[in-house]
Design a protein around this ligand. Structure first.
Ligand code: 13P
Length: 251
């Protein structure tokens, strides 16, 4: 049985003050989350404050990216050790916005993920096709390339520590959710690809989230699908009431 994992991705939202307000509102709402693992991935500047604010709750804290080097002349980057120091436990890697606006590639995603694992940070690695790619029937080919690139050189032990987020780019921030069948079908394909690379029992252990306009209304249906183990939530993670409903997808 894979443990469900719902993670918020705040993206470039919330000052420290707003972050603490949001966590303060979330804490009482997320007292009883059953066996669901709950994570909030927040801007670098908020991590330390959020880590303090979640004390006494089960909410875990993550970052939204990590450098692929240990240290050195990499202006603007933040290392895994720096993230650990301020209390991050998870880190999102390869989000489509990083790929689209900041030139990240499967190769840089691979290096960042290696760096996260080396430093005991739990990676949430994002993959997903664009609308053009889906319409041209290339979804599976794109996912396969992204998986082979992101996890090149990984051992079975490595891949078991990774959470994968399947985020079709056309569903992000658009209000267009993949149908639960579409999402499940792609996630099944991702698992099949992992099985070929790492064996079926290992693939069955890897948690795979869906992301893209997931919200209070569709979380229950998405989460009831066989292969969907969680969600990576953008917009709906910014309001306590909405995020609570997604986390409590079972009602
Ligand atoms: P939305 O939930 O706002 O569509 O964003 C999804 C996402 O990009 C999470 O990483």
């Amino acid at each position: 049985m894979r443990k469900p994992i719902i993670a918020g991705n705040w993206k470039m939202n919330n000052t420290q003050k707003e972050a603490v307000e949001l966590i303060t509102a979330l804490k009482p709402r997320l007292k009883d989350v059953g066996k669901t693992e709950v994570v909030v991935c927040v801007p670098y500047t908020c991590i330390e404050k959020v880590k303090k604010a979640v004390r006494g709750s089960k909410i875990k804290v993550g970052a939204e990216n990590v450098a692929w080097a240990d240290k050195g002349a990499f202006t603007g980057e933040i290392s895994a050790a720096m993230l650990k120091e301020v209390g991050a436990e998870y880190v999102i890697i390869g989000h489509s916005e990083r790929r689209q606006y900041f030139g990240e590639t499967d190769e840089s995603v691979n290096k960042r993920t290696v760096q996260a694992l080396k430093n005991d940070l739990k990676p949430i690695v994002c993959i997903g096709e664009t609308l053009d790619e889906r319409e041209e029937g290339k979804t599976n080919a794109v996912l396969k390339t992204q998986i082979e690139g992101a996890f090149a050189g990984f051992t079975q032990d490595d891949i078991k520590k990774v959470v994968i987020a399947y985020e079709p780019v056309w569903a992000i921030g658009t209000g267009k959710t993949a149908t639960s069948e579409q999402a499940n079908e792609s996630i099944k394909f991702i698992r099949k690809t992992l099985a070929k690379l790492f064996t079926r029992p290992v693939a069955n252990k890897v948690r795979i989230q869906y992301g893209g306009s997931m919200n209070a209304k569709n979380a229950h249906e998405l989460m009831s699908m066989s292969d969907i183990d969680g969600g990576l939530i953008g917009g709906a993670s910014l309001k306590a009431e909405d995020f609570e409903k997604v986390v409590k997808f079972n009602g």
